[in-house]
Design a binder for this molecule. Structure first.
Ligand code: FAD
Ligand code: UDP
Length: 400
């Protein structure tokens, strides 16, 4: 592998069998798969000055390993994804736990048996818990929007409490909308848990943190003789779609193009911008051993930020007397502003707009969209890796 800052004047697309746009999980996995399986020579073109996309991590001035684009916790139920990634990293055992700060009291989220007793008192909490068990069964996940539909005064009491104290204000901050106004799959990511397990991902058999961080994982993933990475290069400066043809450096390009950026940007937003939420992340280094009891505390009833993450507590780094925390403030993304489009806004109209862009490229057989941006989806890392592995399989079998 070579990593070059900027695209050299000598860059010749014809020397590459494939161009991958973006060095995040989607792009890096495809690059590796194609290079390995069919000897494809791949150019990875990345706008940022680093690899790893939004999973990028680095050491800050205090020596704390921080996640530059928000806390990333690896978890998956997908064995293939886990086996694939495990070739490039060892894993530190880490099970993510989150507490919600509800008017100053810290309760487990997903809301569970213990949270119920904290919210309603030992006796009433236990009664309500048994009611949940009788209704849904033990160790079951119940999305809040499902719980709200139950026509039973006890369950309504629980649903109202959780809706008001866990979901309403946090969701307003994160999305600028109430939970009723957003796709139920979003709040469904953090269902009420009818049980005692207080892990954020109670059913993921594989969870942890890459032992030397995500960026190191990516260095190994991209470390292949047939992969060249070009950083600090916006692909739109060299690649255009004209009708059913892809042009690179003003010449038609017949190799495979794997695109992991925003689809609207590729067409200068000419049908309108796909909306996103972005985040302001405010890092602060404190001269103390520890700031909070768990790695992430969600502020669900107060404050303007959504959550505080303390990185040391998830990476297992031992650094006495110093710690770095990060507050996340969500706001609407402004297109072409240099902001990062973190979250696609999943609504019927936005999906329809995405499909209109997508139709323009679906007929181009050597152009492929994959990843959280290019598919305009709310993917976790493992979902992106799974999608990239599937796409690579397709390309490999069509080339073979
Ligand atoms: P990205 O990582 O965004 O990579 C796309 C790359 O393409 C970027 O590096 C971008 O610079 C580049 N690019 C875009 N346009 C161009 C262009 N025109 N030219 C050149 N390069 C371009 N997932 C989990 O599993 N666990 C978590 O705990 C978790 N936490 C998250 C927290 C936050 C705040 C966010 C926003 C996401 C989180 N995720 C988490 C999701 C995870 O970040 C994504 O699933 C994953 O990183 C997406 O990978 P990707 O390759 O599709 O996109
Ligand atoms: N959510 C909430 N309160 C919480 C946790 C989550 O309202 O304490 C809602 C909120 O709408 C959020 C969504 O559930 O956007 C998904 O939460 P998750 O933690 O999965 O978000 P991510 O880590 O992807 O930002």
């Amino acid at each position: 592998m070579s990593i070059t800052k900027g695209l050299p004047a000598s860059f010749g697309a014809e020397s590459y069998d494939a161009i991958v746009v973006g060095a995040g999980f989607a792009g890096a996995v495809c690059a590796r798969m194609l290079a390995e399986a069919c000897g494809t020579k791949v150019a990875v073109i990345e706008r940022r000055n680093h690899i790893a996309g939004n999973a990028y991590d680095c050491y800050d001035e205090a020596g704390v390993l921080v996640h530059q684009y928000g806390p990333h916790i690896y978890h998956t139920t997908n064995d293939r994804v886990h086996q694939f990634l495990s070739r490039f990293t060892e894993w530190l055992p880490y099970e993510h736990k989150v507490l919600a700060n509800i008017h100053g009291e810290l309760m487990p989220v997903p809301f569970n048996h213990k949270s119920l007793k904290m919210a309603f008192g030992e006796e009433r909490g236990e009664y309500l818990y048994q009611k949940l068990v009788a209704t849904f069964g033990e160790n079951k996940k119940v999305p809040i929007m499902e719980l709200r539909k139950k026509n039973d005064p006890d369950l309504t009491e629980v649903a109202d409490y959780v809706y008001e104290n866990v979901f309403l204000y946090y969701t307003m901050k994160q999305w600028g909308k109430t939970p009723d106004q957003i796709d139920p799959s979003i709040t469904g990511r953090v269902p009420v848990f009818v049980g005692d397990d207080d892990r954020y991902f109670p059913t993921a058999p594989h969870q942890g943190m890459p032992a030397e961080g995500y960026t190191k994982l990516f260095e190994r993933l991209l470390d292949h003789d047939l992969i060249d990475v070009f950083l600090g290069t916006d692909v739109r400066d060299v690649l255009q779609i004209k009708g059913d043809l892809i042009y690179v450096c003003d010449h038609p390009y017949g190799g495979e193009v794997i695109y992991t950026g925003q689809l609207d940007e590729l067409f200068d937003l000419d049908l309108g911008a796909l909306p996103y939420r972005t985040l302001d992340m405010q890092f602060e280094t404190l001269q103390q051993d520890q700031f909070q009891p768990v790695a992430t505390v969600n502020y669900t009833t107060t404050e303007d930020f959504t959550r505080i993450t303390e990185f040391k507590l998830m990476t297992g780094q031992e650094l006495p007397g110093v710690t770095t925390i990060m507050r996340e403030y969500s706001k609407a993304y402004e297109p072409e502003s240099g902001q990062t489009p973190y979250y696609a806004i999943l609504e019927d109209e936005t999906q329809a707009l995405y499909q209109r862009y997508r139709e323009r490229v679906d007929g181009i057989l050597n152009f492929h969209c994959v990843g959280r941006l290019a598919e305009y989806r709310y993917y976790d890392m493992d979902g992106v890796v799974a999608s990239a592995l599937d796409l690579s399989d397709e390309i490999i079998s069509s080339n073979g």
